[in-house]
Design a protein around this ligand. Structure first.
Ligand code: AMP
Length: 171
């Protein structure tokens, strides 16, 4: 899997000084690279019992729905405020750079459903932890988290203590 690292562009000081941004657009446009990353995620979680795959706006939408399709599962979006048209449940969270709010349709996860969360980057773990809260508020169970990239030095995994966490590429 580490060959995929050469397809990820690192952009220093984006979106603000001191942040080394992992740009996955260079991976997405590579035919073999995108296929390998989706196959890698699918194989990583193949044995994990789950009912639905959840993805987080915006970069999570570049991976999670494709993984859902590959696994023959449904897809649930978590979006920024004001985008989902029906009744929503919200959570506030801290980012590596700033703060934000996320929403899910209140009826998107049924009580007792097992939800596998797929995202691009595990940085501080703030986003992932917040999304776990959303799932649990609705009575769902987090089946685990699968990330393309994990930034070990930010210790995001610690914030997700008690959950299963998988990542394809670690930095
Ligand atoms: P965090 O809540 O800190 O784990 O950050 C989660 C989200 O922020 C990830 O899903 C990424 O989309 C984005 N993100 C945070 N840090 C970076 C980074 N250094 N490079 C690229 N994306 C990042």
């Amino acid at each position: 899997m580490d060959h995929l690292k050469s397809l990820i562009r690192e952009v220093p000081d984006f979106p603000k000084p001191g942040i080394n941004f992992f740009d996955i657009t260079t991976l997405l446009k590579d035919q073999a690279g995108y296929r390998d990353v989706i196959d890698g995620l699918r194989e990583t979680v193949a044995a994990v019992p789950c009912d639905v795959i959840l993805g987080i706006e915006a970069r999570g939408f570049m991976f999670a729905p494709t993984v859902a399709y590959a696994m023959g599962k449904g897809f649930v979006p978590v979006r920024k405020p004001g985008k989902l048209p029906h009744k929503t449940t919200q959570v506030q969270y801290a980012l590596e750079y700033g703060h934000d709010t996320l929403e899910i349709h209140t009826d998107a996860v049924a009580p007792g459903q097992r939800v596998l969360i797929v995202d691009d980057v595990l940085a501080t773990g703030g986003t992932a932890g917040a999304v776990a809260q959303l799932v649990e508020k609705l009575g769902g169970t987090v089946a685990g988290f699968a990330f393309v990239i994990e930034l070990d030095f930010l210790n995001g995994r610690k914030k997700l203590d008690g959950y299963d966490v998988w990542s394809l590429l670690r930095y």
